[in-house]
Design a protein. Structure first.
Length: 418
């Protein structure tokens, strides 16, 4: 079926980029489980290497199953093109590395996902690259951190687990005023809730491991190029060959050609297949994730054991107004952080759960909890944990799509144990 832009998101998420006629009538994309592709003539392979043809060569470069997922996610985000990779972290690393040289700087939110934080503050530091961490909801602070060495601004649509929601339109305007691109990690919102390119962002990243695949079975990541940023020579003198070769897709070409294929961050075609299967139900899953999260928030609000709830859907949450505007009234996502008395109470609560899974993931159709302070962030000192809003009393919940009554009953009996 050919893409039709007039279809609604719920239809496009199933049908975009699907071509059964090209696959002998198969209604699911075949898994092209092959490392290499036969070329009919020496001229054909030579032309493909020279970029005159777009045939497949070798899996580390491209793969037909991966290409379908790239086309689909790019269409859903309103992008000009995309490259899928082996994980969300692969996508973040490649997108940033394509922009950074020794001595460069960039500005990013201070409520970053754990591995992104480590990449930005520890690993990049070894290469003389400085990440300037600021409050992502404070546009003034973002502007104050920009200087001649800045190469981009980086935000997460919803901070994890701080749950803060920066104003993407405002930050995009600021970025463009300074000739900088805005990169947004849209993992927690998904294109169902928010399409940052429409708000002015230039590059989108996802960990497809989460809501996009939705079943905790396929690690993956994607970089989507909006194709609208012009890469002015003053800030980006190294972009010329890529602009000459690919025009509006210069950035994606740089990500793919310079980094992805040489770092070998290849996506397994099976994982692309599973992600496509998951995407078929993204819209309906998100609807249910959001509805259930609202139900869980209402239930937890009535429980005295819960000292605070951080969820952008609450009217008194500092991010409520921006989230409402930015997410088009479609809801506020499927994640929240809650406070219990202390770490001991968090452990007792988690150990008492019967239905809800206790593990390090989010965006699964199952409800998940974790105590980040004692798990993912165990090796961090307290000042760093506090700067990332990771406190000993915090439990993170990723609300699934089970029956809301069963989720609340399980939460309730675990709270009863405190
Ligand atoms: C917001 C966000 N971005 C990126 C990642 C990294 O994704 P992956 O685990 O697929 O590398 C995660 C993982 O939890 C995340 O929550």
């Amino acid at each position: 079926m050919k893409k039709n832009d007039s279809y609604r998101f719920q239809t496009r998420v199933i049908h975009d980029a699907q071509s059964p006629d090209e696959w002998r009538g198969a209604t699911l994309t075949p898994i092209y489980q092959t490392v290499s592709h036969q070329h009919p003539t020496a001229e054909n392979l030579s032309d493909t290497f020279a970029g005159k043809k777009t045939d497949n060569i070798y899996m580390r470069l491209t793969n037909p199953t991966n290409s379908v997922l790239e086309e689909k996610i790019s269409a859903l985000e309103g992008g000009a093109g995309a490259v899928v990779m082996s994980s969300g972290m692969a996508a973040i690393t490649n997108a940033c590395m394509a922009l950074l040289r020794a001595g460069d700087e960039f500005v990013c939110g201070n409520s970053l996902f754990l591995s992104t934080y480590i990449l930005f503050t520890n690993i990049f530091k070894k290469y003389d690259i400085t990440a300037r961490l600021v409050e992502p909801t404070d546009v003034g602070a973002i502007e104050a951190a920009i200087n001649d060495k800045t190469r981009f601004i980086y935000l997460e649509t919803i901070g994890n687990p701080k749950m803060d929601v920066p104003d993407i339109s405002q930050v995009a305007k600021l970025a463009h005023k300074h000739d900088l691109p805005l990169i947004v990690d849209n993992t927690l919102a998904t294109p169902y809730l928010c399409r940052p390119l429409e708000l002015g962002a230039d590059v989108i990243i996802h960990s497809t491991t989460k809501y996009l695949s939705g079943h905790g079975n396929a690690p993956g990541g994607v970089v989507i190029d909006g194709g609208t940023f012009s890469w002015p020579e003053k800030r980006f003198p190294d972009f010329k060959p890529f602009i000459d070769r690919k025009g509006p897709l210069a950035f994606l070409d740089k990500v793919w050609r310079e980094h992805h294929i040489n770092f070998g961050t290849t996506q397994a075609p099976l994982h692309s297949f599973l992600t496509q299967l998951g995407l078929d139900t993204l819209a309906i899953r998100m609807e249910r994730h959001i509805e259930n999260t609202e139900g869980v928030v209402e239930f937890l609000n009535s429980r005295s054991e819960v000292s605070w709830i951080n969820y952008p859907g609450l009217k008194d949450n500092p991010s409520h107004d921006v989230a409402k505007k930015q997410f088009d009234g479609n809801g506020f996502g499927g994640m929240m952080a809650i406070g219990l008395k202390d770490q001991a109470a968090c452990f007792k609560f988690i150990n008492s759960l019967k239905l809800i899974y206790h593990l390090a993931n989010l965006g699964d159709c199952k409800t998940l909890v974790i105590h980040p302070y004692s798990s993912q962030y165990i090796s961090f000192d307290d000042p760093t944990r506090l700067s990332l809003s990771i406190t000993p009393d915090l439990v993170r919940l990723s609300v699934g799509i089970e029956a809301i009554e069963d989720i609340c009953e399980d939460l309730g009996q675990a709270l009863d144990s405190l």
